[in-house]
Design a protein around this ligand. Structure first.
Ligand code: PGA
Length: 249
């Protein structure tokens, strides 16, 4: 059975001390609780090594990695460096990276390969902007993102990917996709994977929803058969807001 996952995406928030405190607080809140999902936090790079020492039951990830192995790429952080901190995940292709840093499907393809080569689990983000949805092109956009960045993978390697459907119009806006919109897209994504890799691989792929997911809508979103958890931005920055989402399963 595929895993349910609730992953926090801290984005560019929290200095090191604040981040350490938040991670420890989350670990404490989870202590002794049985939850029906894996819990992951994706922090800024500089937090990873310190937080890795503090958390045991919570997974840890970065929010990006370089598209090159190593060398003269000032300011970049490689997948191998991320793995060396003890982190296990990396978000790849977040819409903010695509929009503000020009990350194309071809660049993201390289990042996915390097993440996998370093035994990191990519949380690969896909999703349409508002104009694309209004034009009825959301399925085509998402299918192209998946095909151009992931469909070169073997079935074995594709099986290591976690997907996150994040409609760009829902990210940080307070406007969540309706439960029906989320289910419809997640089912389409699973069908697209099944056509390429077969229904067994598709059935094992965790597909998270992201975009203004919070304590009040998580339960309804996660109740959908093809929604396997969430990628949570704003509401992952406090334990009080994040825990009810974790407990929505
Ligand atoms: P949000 O962000 O929950 O603040 O909308 C989600 C994301 O960008 O991953």
């Amino acid at each position: 059975m595929r895993k349910n996952i609730v992953a926090g995406n801290w984005k560019m928030n929290n200095n090191l001390q604040e981040g350490l405190n938040l991670a420890k607080e989350l670990q404490q809140a989870l202590a002794g609780k049985t939850v029906n999902c894996d819990v992951v936090i994706c922090t800024p790079f500089i937090h990873l090594a310190s937080i890795a020492k503090e958390i045991t039951t919570v997974g840890l990830g970065a929010q990006n990695c370089a598209d090159k192995v190593s060398g003269a790429y000032t300011g970049e952080v490689s997948a191998a460096m991320i793995a060396s901190t003890g982190a296990q995940y990396v978000i790849i292709g977040h819409s903010e990276r695509r929009a503000y840093y020009g990350e194309t499907n071809a660049i993201l393809k390289e990042k996915v390969l390097l993440a996998l080569a370093n035994h990191l689990t990519p949380i690969f983000c896909i999703g349409e902007v508002l104009a694309e949805r209004e034009a009825g092109k959301q399925n085509k956009v998402v299918e192209t993102q998946i095909r151009e960045s992931l469909f070169h993978l073997s079935a074995k390697d594709f099986g290591k990917i976690v997907l996150a459907y994040e409609p760009v119009w829902a990210i940080g806006t307070g406007v969540t996709a309706t439960s029906d919109q989320a289910q419809e897209m997640h089912a389409f994504i699973r069908k697209t994977i099944a056509e390429k890799y077969g229904s067994a691989v598709a059935g094992e792929t965790s597909i998270l929803y992201g975009g203004s997911c919070n304590a009040s809508n998580a339960k309804e979103l996660f109740a959908n058969p093809d929604v396997d958890g969430g990628l949570i931005g704003g509401a992952s920055l406090s334990v009080d807001k994040f825990m009810p989402i974790v407990e929505a399963f």
